[in-house]
Design a protein around this ligand. Structure first.
Ligand code: PHE
Ligand code: ZN
Ligand code: CA
Ligand code: ZN
Ligand code: ZN
Length: 296
């Protein structure tokens, strides 16, 4: 797979931090920093040749927006998706949560466009609004799809918090239908000599909206408010007894709250999966959504 440029990913984070700084210190739902973040990501994808659309939905704090991008090409009956939530909490700039996932997904989409490849499958990217209000944007998106459109989605890969300063390398699927993608993620970490752990994230991010309809899901996560154990510090480095992200949901979740190695490894995993799924051959299979699980 590709080597996603961590410098470019960090460049996107610098821009998201500047957007927060210029808009009251946050990029939260219903706030100007959110729409400015959406405009930034949309502008980059439009310029790279993606077809973008903005989906509005309502939340208790007013209207918010998802950004959907598709690469024109590939078999539209086999859709592969990745996504990240674009909103922060209102109490901080949200650079690890979830500038990190946003920037890695954006840079991967841009790198794929620049690669000049022709994908076998239709590539679709979602940037979700109002995750911090309860996965509102991703739920609105999934609910808006007809059964036929849901059946076309072969996988949804979710990236939320991938550059934690005291990082873990967690892989989740939360959905047996996503075992295949989960195993591809762990095989990737194995190939890079990065120890990993499975985690059950209990539907705490946007993949849950897809999982509820039985769509295969998987993702990576570098840890939030949980404390790193001494066994984890031994295999991953960092500090035992300290949160994976000590600035989780705090004003100090700035560009200083990112581990560049975790960010680079995470972005390269995002890129690896995107290249893999762009070229995956689904011709011998029929769509198989699994058993749905309610969003909790
Ligand atoms: N979705 C959580 C948040 O945005 C963080 C999280 C991500 C938790 C992934 C578990 C797994 O606050
Ligand atoms: Zn690869
Ligand atoms: Ca890289
Ligand atoms: Zn959060
Ligand atoms: Zn998050």
């Amino acid at each position: 797979g590709p080597d996603i440029s961590v410098a470019n990913v960090q460049g996107h984070l610098t821009r998201l931090q500047a957007i927060a700084d210029a808009n009251g210190g946050n990029r939260g739902t219903g706030r100007p920093g959110y729409t400015a973040s959406l405009d930034y990501v949309k502008g980059k994808l439009d310029a790279a040749g993606y077809t973008t659309s903005v989906q509005s939905f309502s939340t208790w704090s007013g209207t918010s927006y998802n950004l959907i991008a598709e690469w024109p090409g590939g078999d539209p009956t086999n859709v592969v998706m990745m996504g990240a939530h674009l909103d922060s909490i209102t109490g901080g700039p949200g650079i690890n949560d979830n500038g990190s996932g946003t920037a890695a997904v954006l840079e991967t989409a841009l790198a794929y466009a620049a690669s000049g490849q022709t994908p076998k499958n239709r590539l679709r990217v979602g940037f979700w609004g109002a995750e911090e209000l309860g996965l509102v944007g991703s739920k609105a998106y999934a609910a808006s799809l007809s059964t036929t459109e849901k059946d076309k989605i072969r996988v949804y890969l979710n990236y939320d918090m991938i550059g934690s300063v005291n990082p873990g390398y967690f892989v989740y699927n939360d959905n047996p239908a996503g075992n295949g993608a989960r195993d591809e993620l762990t095989a990737y970490y194995d190939s890079r000599g990065i120890p990993w752990e499975y985690i059950d994230v209990q539907g705490r991010s946007d993949h849950a909206a897809f999982r509820s309809y039985g769509i295969p899901t998987a993702g990576i996560f570098s840890g939030a408010e949980g404390l790193k154990s001494s066994a984890q510090a031994q295999k991953w480095g960092g500090t035992a007894g300290r949160a994976f992200d000590p600035c989780y949901h705090r004003a100090c979740d700035t560009t200083a709250n990112i581990d560049p190695t975790a960010l680079d490894r995470g972005a390269d995993a995002v890129g690896h999966m995107w290249w893999l799924y762009a070229a995956k051959d689904y011709s011998a299979t029929t769509p198989t959504r699994g058993k749905g699980k309610p969003v909790t």
